[in-house]
Design a protein around this ligand. Structure first.
Ligand SMILES: *[C@@H]1O[C@H](CO)[C@@H](O)[C@H](O)[C@H]1NC(C)=O
Ligand SMILES: [Cu+2]
Ligand SMILES: [Zn+2]
Length: 194
């Protein structure tokens, strides 16, 4: 090996070390970024009401006091099902003890999809079950809150999934502006905020 060959080998070894350091720094950056799953701020485990509902949601605090709800509800009939936060954290009596829709601002029932429409804070619209009765839930709501100081704080309240579709206040009768005519309570779960 002549001098020139030796220094070429040394240079390539040094380059390899530099590349390893760069790779390590890159991996450290990825691990600390938000693509990596984080622990949820709250969880909801569903229990049966009138239907044999099960499933779990993970809830995350987001910017502007919002809440991201993510997970799956099973044991439903195929189609749309009213989905609300109710005012009482009691699941007994096949979810009837959970009371009416969570309504800290004395509003009428409505839709979360139209920001110009009045709604109960607890009105989360509908979730859609497939032919097997499974509904994937991915809702980002900016009215309910996981901040205990907010009037719209949902910790220790119940989430109810209904047997029927919520008409979002557009049903043209008195109940439409109270319950959305979503029918019986298929299942429910408590918002457990750690
Ligand atoms: C209710 O659903 C659970 C979970 O899918 C299942 O294991 C159980 O057998 C069902 N019970 C009835 C009575 O259908
Ligand atoms: Cu409801
Ligand atoms: Zn409502």
């Amino acid at each position: 090996m002549n001098v020139y060959q030796f220094s070429a080998v040394e240079a390539s070894k040094r380059l390899l070390v530099k590349m390893k350091i760069v790779l390590f720094v890159c991996l450290a950056a990825v691990a600390s970024c938000s693509l990596v799953p984080q622990a949820p701020d709250a969880v909801v485990n569903f229990v049966p009401g009138n239907d044999n509902v099960s499933g779990q949601l993970h809830l995350f605090k987001t910017h502007y006091n919002g809440v991201l709800l993510r997970g799956r509800v099973s044991g439903l009939s195929p189609g749309l099902h009213g989905f609300h936060v109710h005012a009482v954290g009691d699941l007994s009596g096949k979810c009837t003890a959970a009371g009416g829709h969570f309504n800290p601002y004395q509003s009428t029932h409505g839709s979360p999809y139209d920001p110009t429409q009045e709604r109960h804070a607890g009105d989360l619209g509908n979730i859609q079950a497939d032919q097997y009765g499974n509904a994937d839930v991915y809702i980002h709501d900016l009215v309910i809150s996981l901040n205990p100081a907010s009037p719209a704080y949902i910790g220790n309240l119940a989430i109810v999934v209904h047997q029927g579709q919520d008409d979002l206040g557009r049903g043209g009768n008195a109940d439409s502006l109270k319950t959305g005519n979503a029918g019986g309570r298929a299942g429910c779960g408590l918002v457990v905020h750690h």
